[in-house]
Write a protein that binds this ligand. Sequence first.
Ligand SMILES: Nc1ncnc2c1ncn2[C@@H]1O[C@H](COP(=O)(O)OP(=O)(O)O)[C@@H](O)[C@H]1O
Ligand SMILES: [Mg+2]
Length: 368
Amino acid sequence: MATVSELYEARVKAGQLAPDDAQRGVLPALDRLVRDLAARPAPQAQKSGWLSRLMKPGNGAADTPPVKGIYLWGGVGRGKSMLMDLVMDAAPLDQKRRVHFHEFMQEVQGALEAVRKTGQQDVVRPVARSIAEKVKLLCFDEMQITDIADAMIVGRLFQILFEEGVTVVTTSNRVPEDLYKNGLNRQLFLPFIALLRERLEVIELASATDHRQNRDEGGQVWFTPADSIARSHMDLLWREETAGAPAQPLMLEVKGRKVEIPEHVGRIGRASFWELCGKPLGPADYLAMAEALDLLFIDSIPRLSQSNYNEAKRFVTLIDALYEAKVRLIASAADNPERLYAEGEGAFEFERTASRLHEMRDADWGRG
Ligand SMILES: Nc1ncnc2c1ncn2[C@@H]1O[C@H](COP(=O)(O)OP(=O)(O)O)[C@@H](O)[C@H]1O
Ligand SMILES: [Mg+2]
């Protein structure tokens, strides 16, 4: 069985990765995790007899404490997600799952809602338990907490997950202490930070290189400024991509609501920024769009700032969903990604989005 270091060095040797000393610096911690997971007793051995199960604190909780996880944080494009993928590949167990944190929390909120309907008092515990029954290693990409509903439950949720023997590996753009920064009722969130510090090894990936910026630019898919010239380029590409077929609105059903993309031909969609981000849509809506499309044209992305903060926030969520689903993007915008949200509250979060937009401009991006 290969260690994370071995997988990494094999990729360097094959020319798939450029050697990066900062990345190499965190490999020993990732190797430690995989080694500890391998040394852990098999799950069957833990579920010995009804008596020992009764004696355990959480009734179904594991005998042995879970392997200490990893919280890998650092700037965008440093290779956090790539390293986490190597951990996933190397981890010697079947019950493992890699999921975007956003998506995971949505599933959790959905499950909580379902349990609430049954009238139970404690809704978090059954949900956490059913997760822990299925997975022993949870790898989250991009832990970030902006939603108060999430902020108020993560402490308890993860406490139970840890009690039930789940190991967590996560990436984040921020040090734990900066999660949910300036959030409402933040004092209620602080125990979660303490829990992360206790249960996870916190490591900074302080690479000097943004590997995304180093990738080659492909054919033009980002038109700026969003003027009439950009519009005619977009129209031309639209006709090419759709082979001139007539477009129709695409109606998606999300949690019983209708969500519309104004124009589509097959799995190619087109909408303006305002049609996508000017309405109160949420992550579920954007995930559904990403699911339904291979290519999205977005017209007229404006400059973003505090004055259109809600729209900007939705745009971040939209791009996350498109990025995760590897949807291709063709857009016209007021400026280049890194200058779209230049300053003010929210600009920090946007750095990652800008970096992703850069990556999505690559010729070889996407599944189509
Ligand atoms: N050492 C490396 N050499 C070449 N490409 C890399 C290297 N590390 C990361 N990449 C690539 O750079 C891009 C950004 O890496 P990623 O892991 O997504 O960064 P992060 O999660 O820190 O934002 C990805 O396409 C990834 O495959
Ligand atoms: Mg990442």
